[in-house]
Design a protein around this ligand. Structure first.
Ligand SMILES: C[S@@+](CC[C@H](N)C(=O)[O-])C[C@H]1O[C@@H](n2cnc3c(N)ncnc32)[C@H](O)[C@@H]1O
Length: 242
């Protein structure tokens, strides 16, 4: 069976170095990608997230959801949209915590991986794309944004951009110049500093906000407050510079 690495190597052979975000897209979401072939959160999965630790995270979120519903004067069309829902553990936790309350919302679990959608619990809607709206309710995502493909900038005497090439039959990172650097990037940084350029995450936040007519967007990730805040941190770059 072809692996994501085989697929990336074939693409590099056909069209040259792949920009880091394209490499990440194939590695995670290509036909042989990590999430598409069943990579998932969970104690028996590949990594652990807050909902997988126990029911408390879902219980806290359920309280927030009820508070939002009450703040909006208990609308009848209240919808909860969970994006990047993984195997549905958080959906189960939130549904259990909402059961004794008087709120019984429409619950939409958005997950790109069909393998993970198959694990979603009964009684919720399961789909691959963010519903277009208008949505009255709460849209939330736990550990989604840093899983959206991003460009990667590396300080190597100046800012350069990471690409993936094949050398000696191995995928390696190489650095190329970047024509248009983002304006928020500091002019200098410690050698090897690495900064994600999360254009796709920004676009996702904009589309989620525009789908919401009333309610809140809530996203959880573990990072610096601003992307430029990553720059003072020296990385351990082993990239070749071209
Ligand atoms: C790090 S996992 C987090 C899973 C779950 N939220 C949790 O906390 O355990 C990220 C999930 O987001 C999904 N994902 C990535 N991009 C997505 C997108 N654009 N729309 C919906 N799901 C996406 C991935 O397939 C993966 O299941």
């Amino acid at each position: 069976m072809r692996s994501a690495a085989d697929e990336i190597a074939a693409l590099v052979a056909a069209q040259g170095a792949l920009r880091f975000d394209e490499y990440m897209r194939i590695a995670l979401y290509g036909v042989n990608g990590f999430y598409v072939t069943g990579g998932s959160a969970g104690r028996r999965g590949d990594f652990i997230t807050s909902p997988e630790v126990g029911p408390l995270f879902g219980a806290v979120l359920a309280r927030f959801i009820v508070a939002e519903w009450e703040r909006l004067d208990r609308p009848g069309d209240f919808t909860v949209v969970e994006v990047g829902a993984g195997p549905g553990t958080l959906a189960r936790g939130i549904s259990a915590a909402l059961a004794p309350t008087s709120l019984s919302p429409r619950y939409v679990a958005v997950e790109v991986s069909a393998a993970q959608r198959r694990l979603h619990p009964a009684g919720i809607e399961s789909c691959a794309d963010l519903p277009g709206g208008p949505i009255t309710g709460v849209v939330f995502a736990n550990e989604l944004l840093d899983n959206l493909p991003f460009r990667l900038l590396v300080f190597d005497g100046g800012w350069r951009e990471a690409y993936i090439e094949v050398r000696d039959q191995r995928l390696v990172e190489v650095l190329h110049g970047c024509d248009q650097l983002p304006s928020w990037l500091p002019p200098s940084a410690p050698h090897g500093a690495r900064v994600p350029w999360q254009e796709e995450a920004s676009a996702w936040v904009r589309s989620a906000r525009s789908a919401l007519v009333a309610g809140s967007l809530l996203v959880f990730d573990y990072a610096t407050a601003r992307t430029a805040g990553c720059a003072p941190t020296a990385g351990t770059s082993a990239a070749a510079t071209t």
